[in-house]
Design a protein around this ligand. Sequence first.
Ligand code: PAF
Length: 280
Amino acid sequence: MQVVRSLEELRGIVRGWKRDGLTVGFVPTMGALHQGHLSLVDLSVAACDRTVASIFVNPTQFAPHEDLDAYPRQEQADQAMLEAHKCDLVFTPEVATMYPEGEETRVSVPDLGAKLEGQFRPHFFGGVATVVAKLFNQVQPDKAFFGEKDFQQVQVIKRMVIDLCFPIEIVPGATLRAADGLALSSRNAYLTPEERRIAPSLHLAMHRASIRIRNGADQTAAVAEAIKTLEEAGFNQVEYITAVDPASLDPIEGPIPDHPCRLIAAAWLGKTRLIDNIAL
Ligand code: PAF
């Protein structure tokens, strides 16, 4: 596996692959890799001739009060995992490569990006769309792989790819969970042992609510019960639990329609913000 920091080197290698008629898959990450990321690498390796992963903790998707400095960084361990999963190249750019001096251009997906997560993290999707657009221009992949745990992120990136005419197929990968149901996330590393014990309640409460809603229960009542369960379990704040249309992310009021919907949630457990979503 090649470890590449410079954009020129990345471009030279990818150009060589393309000249040889090889397809390129791409897995963008912020590092602190877990099996969820590695399952995306596996999907890419199976679908494409060459796989590139990036590791870049993107400052523009963090608000000043958020965890940019504390975000877990473990480059050596990440590289070993990527190599074991047959990744061909890991791109680890400097901040100055991604945001050159004087930079000011931003990509915005204003409507989709303002819903759900956007209400609580208004800066977030602008930062994500901007860095992913830059990475797409740098790597020029044929396919890019994103985990469904960040369900809204997948929809925002799909919208951006259509709107900005990127010739890239966005491939979602299923959420991976620990045996107790907790969705794998780099931020799970922040949980204390006691919080780690409580954390799977999020998935459990969502699962119960989804069954109740599917069986015809009133959505507001099912969600209120899930919130009460989480507060009793030790969550300090549930920001949202909502049934949404999977494409528009608009809330579904009243009876759940026949077509697939999503139950989507964000909640604070101590100092850790957990997000999750399940099919409804
Ligand atoms: O999902 C993530 O890890 C990040 O939001 C991404 C897509 C790598 C952009 O920084």
